[in-house]
Design a protein around this ligand. Structure first.
Ligand SMILES: *Cc1c(COP(=O)(O)O)cnc(C)c1O
Length: 587
């Protein structure tokens, strides 16, 4: 079997001058008013495309329209989550394209159209996102609903969505006349695009006659990013479903070519098998993924966030005033070590006040802008341990009492079918009720989304993250905080292994054998490092300088997109001045 590492540079032709990168993602956070994302994966996709547009990258993107969104979260007084759908009007945001394509599913034919949304880069470059839509009169009622719910329905629904995204997307790119030379699968949901490419390669002929040359031709075009070290996070389907939905021949082919694992069709294996380059989303995650898939070479490109999207207005004004070139090139953020201390303090005070006003408007609770305020907002998955701060509530209370008070802002949705996740929210809200008082105030805010995420990451004093190692692939919310001078207090996992400089960009919760030990380190760091630093406003402003300088300048998608271009999309372009043949012989 050919592996990505066997890729031959001499057979590589694509360049940014003769084609486009097509970025495929099941979710993309495009606009705060479009509910086309659920969380980190979609935010990363949106930030990637915004940076790619800013960098004038020849790129397009494909996703599904998700007419009913992900879900709006409601929490009752007891902390019980209920959900509502989020219908939105696609025609208010996007333009309908003319071509129609069809995809075969379960012996039916589903027609698709595409809605275009243009991301506009800072110098006017347009990067079109095509949202595939099955809501057409020629489709059956069931099929019309296939592009309604992001991560909705059961496994049958999801596999059908993945066929529409992957195979429908490739056909739509073709129908639109887009000269795609690189297909980037952002997570395994889009892996079936490789099947469409393989079928195009064989001219639609029987897949039984696929040769290694055909496979190599597909692999030359494909790159894949894996996003989770949690085995259950990798998309898997039964062979019965695969045969029924894809058809027996395609299912058998995928199996014969290595797309199955432990008797299941595994989208990560499909994507790995047909990609010439594959990566994890932080250095550690690359290593963990490499160990999970030893037969493939797994590189790493650490995630980032889109600066102009996540820098709050007061900080953007400060940066524009003091070092305007940051917008052109985020490496200039390194100069944040020279930002005036009083201006930083003032900018943060403004953002914090705006956040606390938002909290008051939502909950009626008036918090104190002078009091140390921690933020914890993320998907309520159990491995993220939202309740670790409450491991020993009495201890937390004592820290609040002796340290001049403590405020903690929580937010996060549990997937509608994730009962343990819902129980976690309930437990945090119960403890919040039990222990909140004059010294400790804890609030769980409803419906964590783009806007609330921006307000929280910029407006709290410290961003807290407590995942169980090594399950946090990267995490990006702490990067948003860093761009606003907000240090992190986190477990050394994901991006924080790279981003933590103790006492300079935040603090590490030290690795422990169990929850008990890690909670102990969390309390100790709060007590002995965070609270004393917060009490000294000059020292805190220095911390803000170094947080922006060291982490804002690196953990952004401008740097990340450049790394994808160099390492994944067009790895030979750096050597463009040198003939390829010469370069190969020189190796
Ligand atoms: C940034 C963001 C995320 C991802 O953050 P993590 O650190 O990976 O949890 C999720 N949801 C929203 C709304 C965000 O803004």
């Amino acid at each position: 079997m050919l592996k990505p590492s066997s890729f031959q540079p001499s057979s590589y032709e694509p360049t940014p001058a003769n084609g486009l990168v097509a970025y495929f993602s099941m979710e993309i956070a495009i606009d705060p008013q479009m509910p086309t994302y659920s969380g980190g994966l979609g935010m990363l996709a949106g930030d990637t495309l915004r940076s790619a547009a800013d960098l004038n990258t020849p790129m397009v993107a494909f996703s599904l329209v998700h007419r009913k969104g992900y879900f709006r979260q409601m929490l009752d007084a007891d902390g019980k989550q209920t959900e509502d759908s989020q219908p939105w009007r696609v025609e208010e945001f996007c333009v309908e394209e003319t071509p129609r394509v069809t995809v075969a599913l379960e012996n039916r034919v589903v027609a698709l159209r595409a809605w275009r949304y243009d991301v506009v880069g800072r110098s006017g470059h347009l990067l079109p996102i095509y949202l595939l839509d099955a809501d057409l009169p020629e489709n059956s009622e069931w099929d019309r609903g296939l592009t309604d719910h992001l991560y909705g329905g059961d496994a049958n629904y999801r596999l059908q969505q993945e066929v529409l995204l992957g195979m429908g997307g490739v056909r739509m790119a073709h129908a639109l006349g887009l000269p795609v030379n690189v297909y980037h699968m952002n997570e395994g949901h889009a892996a079936l695009l490789t099947l469409a490419l393989l079928e195009a390669q064989t001219g639609g002929g029987p897949l039984g006659q696929v040769t290694e040359t055909d496979i190599e031709a597909v692999r030359r075009k494909c790159v894949f990013t894996t996003h989770t070290p949690v085995p259950a996070g990798h998309d898997r389907f039964s062979m019965e479903q695969a045969r029924r939905i894809l058809g027996a021949e395609r299912a058998a082919r995928l199996e014969a070519l290595g797309g199955c694992h432990e008797g299941l069709l595994n989208m990560t294996y499909v994507a790995l098998r047909f990609s010439r380059y594959c990566n994890g989303v932080a250095l550690k995650h690359g290593e963990v993924s490499q160990a999970m898939f030893p037969e493939y070479r797994v590189d790493s490109i650490t995630n980032g966030v889109h600066g102009p999207t996540w820098v709050s207005r007061p900080f953007a004004e400060l940066l524009d005033r003091r070092m305007e070139s940051w917008r052109r090139d985020h490496l200039y953020l390194r100069n944040a070590i020279a930002l005036p201390v009083d201006e930083l303090t003032e900018a943060h005070a403004q953002v914090k006040e705006a956040l606390l006003a938002e909290v008051a408007a939502r909950t009626g609770l008036v918090l104190n802008p002078k009091v140390l305020t921690l933020g914890f907002a993320r998907r309520a998955a159990t491995y993220k341990r939202a309740d670790l701060l409450f491991h020993d509530p009495e201890r937390l209370l004592r820290i609040a009492q002796s340290g001049g008070g403590l405020q903690i802002l929580y937010a996060g949705k549990a997937h509608p079918q994730d009962e343990p996740g819902k129980a976690l929210i309930h437990s945090v809200i119960e403890k919040a009720k039990q222990y909140s008082g004059a010294d400790l105030r804890v609030v769980y805010l409803e419906n964590y989304d783009w806007r609330l995420g921006a307000a929280l990451t910029a407006g709290v004093d410290v961003w807290v993250n407590t995942p169980r190692r090594p399950y946090e692939a990267s995490g990006t919310s702490g990067m948003k905080a860093a761009l606003n001078g907000v240090p992190s207090l986190s477990i050394l996992d994901g991006w924080w292994i790279e981003g933590c400089v103790e006492g300079v960009t935040g603090w590490a919760i030290e690795d422990g054998a169990d929850d008990e030990a890690e909670a102990e380190s969390l309390y100790q760091k709060l007590e002995t490092a965070v609270v004393p630093a917060y009490a000294d406003s000059e020292r805190w402003a220095r911390l803000m300088q170094t947080t922006i300088a060291l982490n804002g300048s690196f953990f952004n998608t401008n740097r990340m997109v450049k790394q994808y271009i160099r390492n994944a999309y067009y790895p030979l372009q750096l050597l463009a001045a040198q003939p390829v043949a010469e370069m190969v012989s020189a190796e």
